[in-house]
Design a protein around this ligand. Structure first.
Ligand code: 5GP
Length: 188
C-alpha cells in the first residue's frame, strides 16, 4: 500500500503525534508522583493494542518499573465487546505485594477492562489502577474507574498508535478516523 492509498483510507486526525506526546508526558508525571517506589510498580498491557502506549509510557518512567503482558479474547456479537473474556496468555508475574497499573490504548464501553480489574484484583495486588491514552464518551459514564486519562476523543472508530482495523494501521504514529468507505468495501 502506498502512502497515498493509506491516507485515502483515513478521514482526519483525532490526535497528532504532538498531542500524544504531550498526553503521555502528563500521564507519566502523574504516575511518577503517585508511585514513589518504582520497584513495586508493575505495568500490565493487553496485547496487541497497548504495545505503542506501553513502550512510550514506560520510557517516561523510572527504569525500575516492571512490565508484563496478557493476551485475551472477548466474546461478543459484532463489534461490541460483551465482557466475557478468555485468557490466551496470562501474566508471568506474581501480583502479590505489587502495585499494578493496567496500561490501555483505548477505553470504550469498559466491559473488557471491568473484567480485567476484577481478575487482577483477586490476585493479591496492593492496588490495581488504569491508565489509558484514549477514552471515548461512553467510558466516562460507565462505572469503570480509570485513574489516568490521556485524551478524550469523539465516539467514532479510530486507528493508529496500536489500534488496528483488520490488523492494519497499528504502526501509524498518530490516531486517525477510519474513512467510511473502508468498512463499506469490507461489508460487500
Ligand atoms: P470496551 O470493552 O472498552 O468496549 O472495548 C475496548 C477494546 O475495543 C479496546 O481495547 C480496543 O481493542 C477496541 N476498540 C474500542 N474502540 C476502538 C476504536 O475506535 N478503534 C479500534 N481500532 N479499536 C477499538
Amino acid at each position: 500500500m502506498t502512502m497515498d492509498e493509506l491516507a485515502s483510507d483515513l478521514d482526519g486526525i483525532v490526535a497528532t503525534e504532538a498531542d500524544i506526546s504531550a498526553a503521555l508526558d502528563r500521564l507519566a508525571g502523574e504516575i511518577r508522583s503517585d508511585y514513589t517506589d518504582p520497584s513495586s510498580l508493575l505495568l500490565v498491557g493487553v496485547l496487541k493494542g497497548a504495545v505503542m502506549v506501553m513502550a512510550d509510557l514506560a520510557r517516561r518512567l523510572p527504569p525500575g518499573v516492571a512490565m508484563d503482558w496478557m493476551a485475551v479474547s472477548s466474546y461478543g456479537a459484532g463489534t461490541r465487546s460483551s465482557g466475557v473474556v478468555r485468557i490466551l496468555k496470562d501474566l508471568d508475574a506474581d501480583l502479590t505485594g505489587r502495585h499494578v497499573l493496567i496500561v490501555e490504548d483505548i477505553v470504550d464501553s469498559g466491559r473488557t477492562l471491568s473484567w480485567l480489574l476484577g481478575n487482577l484484583r483477586s490476585r493479591g495486588a496492593l492496588s490495581v489502577e488504569v491508565a489509558t491514552l484514549l477514552r471515548k464518551p461512553e467510558a466516562a459514564v460507565v462505572n469503570v474507574p480509570v485513574k489516568y486519562v490521556g485524551i478524550d476523543i469523539p465516539n467514532a472508530f479510530v486507528v493508529g498508535f496500536g489500534l488496528d482495523y483488520a490488523e492494519r494501521f497499528r504502526g501509524l504514529p498518530y490516531v486517525a478516523l477510519l474513512a467510511p468507505h473502508v468498512y463499506a468495501e469490507d461489508a460487500e
